[in-house]
Design a binder for this molecule. Sequence first.
Ligand code: ZN
Length: 103
Amino acid sequence: MSGMHQIFEDVCTTCGNAGLTHERVRSAVWHGERLVVVEGIAALACGACGERFYEPSACEALDALRRAGFPAKAAVREVRVPVFSLGASSPVDADQSPREARV
Ligand SMILES: [Zn+2]
């Protein structure tokens, strides 16, 4: 779709495919016990393997959001997220979490 912006000097470091395309992608980010979604991330996407490489400006913006703690009042909207578990007897594995204890 965004083939107009195709560039050929960038090569996918995962599969070697040349011709990454500029795209706006979204990503889910765990911030402690919170799950947040970030949209409109400027990235280079590989059409061959699906790998995405965030552009430097996007990384800086993401870092700034993370440092700010993903403030709820800055969110544009909220989504409900279904949660699935592959371990019926242990809905929460917080005990095994090696980092980021609950606040
Ligand atoms: Zn690739």
